[in-house]
Design a protein around this ligand. Structure first.
Ligand SMILES: Cc1ncc(COP(=O)(O)O)c(C=O)c1O
Length: 464
């Protein structure tokens, strides 16, 4: 008969007991209440480590825009600095200095005209969402201050966006009680943003218009240059000063290297602020984002708080307080490690893989890409013609192999169009892309076969 260990035997664990034969793993991990007793670090590590095996493999996560592979040296720097709190600028002056350098580098990349005496205007954040909120708030304050000075009503601010905005903007509108004026996506416009439709929605209460460089839904680079020209005309005519904010969460770290001549940034008159994610195509592990303003006059002084309880005068403009410094340090590592040529090579390689995937998918005759002109390493594609299965079923089948390829509907007004999306990131090479293709085509074959097998007839199923 099998011997069942007694409680005393389990308690009497020895230092050199095997991990899976010792006390720590002789019961389930506590889940909803804190245990009273301690556990050996080795056992606690093993329990948590083992449970995390059930998570997906991040390298097969083609849904996310966020970096899933970083160089070992960046990893080392990050693990050496996770204990540095970004907010303690007096305690960690070099981390603060590195943040400043990053702001200056990005600002320069986006063509802000700063003079030598004044540093570029911007800050690091936990991601683009926080950066978008900070830039949105600055727009609201500037609009409010101007209206107040003119003795006008400030109760009904609005902002103009296309319907394929990322959810962070919808949050911004709800959290800050700002009306969201939407330019709907449309099939007639080939799902592309029409700047004149955005300008038509503007009025005296508009705090800003949003342009997106690399939309979440399709990867479109919206025509920000045209938007700027139309806003110039509109602002001249009305006497308003409605700024453009560019959500460059993804494209902000691609366009400057791949299409340096593309004008979407501070080179344009009405582009006053930009958000970009360091943890997307800035190639840093999550979470870091950046908020940038064209110049300091655009960041209202009332939004900057000064604290002295960490030693020295600490100006802070952020939604949260404490945040690890390691991502900012890794961002600087990337800047000096890669330089613009390194970034160009990484992104070009990802674009090449995206185009390879696009060609292979279109060759099958089964799929079509939503926006054929790929400018970001992102492939948004749907089924061509009528099929007995859906993109959701394909996405599901791909999961059997560990691939995470999301299926979703397009934005407001185009919700009847369902697509799949693949974001090609550093580390997703031709080899992995070919395997994905193989699995995708196998999934289609399997689904076709499954449709041929008749399902049990409804009449034989008794519903009670
Ligand atoms: C266009 C756009 N804006 C904002 C965000 C939010 O970025 P983050 O995840 O860095 O907060 C995303 C995320 O995918 C995005 O695609």
């Amino acid at each position: 008969m099998l011997h069942k260990r007694t409680h005393e035997e389990i308690i009497a664990q020895k230092e050199d007991d095997p991990v899976y034969g010792g006390r720590g793993l002789a019961h389930q991990a506590p889940k909803y209440n804190m245990p009273t007793e301690e556990m050996k670090p080795r056992d606690a590590y093993q329990l948590v480590h083992d449970e995390l095996m059930l998570d997906g493999n991040s390298r097969l996560n083609l849904a996310t825009f966020v970096t899933t592979w970083i160089e070992p040296e960046a990893q080392q720097l990050m693990s050496e600095t996770f204990d540095k709190n970004m907010i303690d600028k007096d305690e960690y002056p070099q981390t603060a200095e590195i943040e400043k350098r990053c702001v200056n580098i990005i600002s320069d990349l986006f063509h802000a005209q700063t003079n030598d005496e004044k540093e570029a205007c911007g800050c690091s954040t936990i991601g683009s969402s926080e950066a978008a909120m900070l830039c949105g708030m600055a727009m609201q304050w500037n609009w409010r201050n101007k209206r107040r000075a003119e003795g006008k009503d400030i109760s009904k601010p609005n902002m103009v966006v296309s319907s394929d905005v990322q959810v962070c903007w919808e949050k911004f509108f709800v959290y800050w009680d700002i009306e969201m004026k939407v330019v709907p996506m449309s099939k007639e416009d080939n799902f592309l943003f029409q700047p004149h439709k955005a300008v038509e929605l503007c009025d005296e209460n508009t705090i800003g218009v949003l342009g997106i460089l690399g939309t979440t839904y399709t990867g479109e680079y919206q025509n920000i240059k045209l938007l700027d020209a139309l806003m110039e005309e509109y602002n001249q005519k009305t006497g308003y000063d409605i700024p453009i904010h560019v959500d460059a969460a993804s494209g902000g770290f691609i366009a400057p290297f791949i299409e340096p001549e593309l004008e979407w940034d501070f080179r344009l008159k009405w582009v006053k602020s930009i958000n970009v994610s360091g943890h997307k195509f800035g190639l840093v592990a999550p979470g870091v984002g950046w908020a940038l303003w064209k110049d300091w006059s655009l960041l209202p002084e009332e939004l900057i708080f000064h604290v002295n309880y960490l030693g020295g005068d600490m100006p802070t403009f952020a939604l949260n307080f404490s945040r690890p410094g390691s991502q900012v340090i890794a961002q600087y590592y990337n800047f000096i490690r890669l330089g613009s040529e390194g970034y160009r090579k990484v992104h070009q390689a990802c674009l090449d893989v995206s185009v390879f995937l696009q060609n292979e998918l279109e060759k099958t005759g089964l799929f079509e890409t939503i926006i054929s002109d790929i400018r970001m390493p992102l492939l948004a594609f749907g089924l061509k013609g009528e099929h007995s299965f859906s993109v959701y079923q394909i996405s599901d089948k791909l999961r059997y192999h560990g691939w995470q390829v999301p299926a979703y509907t397009l934005a407001q007004n185009c919700e009847d169009v369902s697509i799949l999306r693949i974001v090609v990131k550093e580390g997703f090479d031709y080899d992995l892309a070919s395997l994905l293709l193989k699995h995708l085509l196998e999934a289609v074959q399997l689904l076709e076969k499954e449709q041929e097998i008749p399902l049990p007839s409804k009449s034989s199923t008794k519903v009670c």
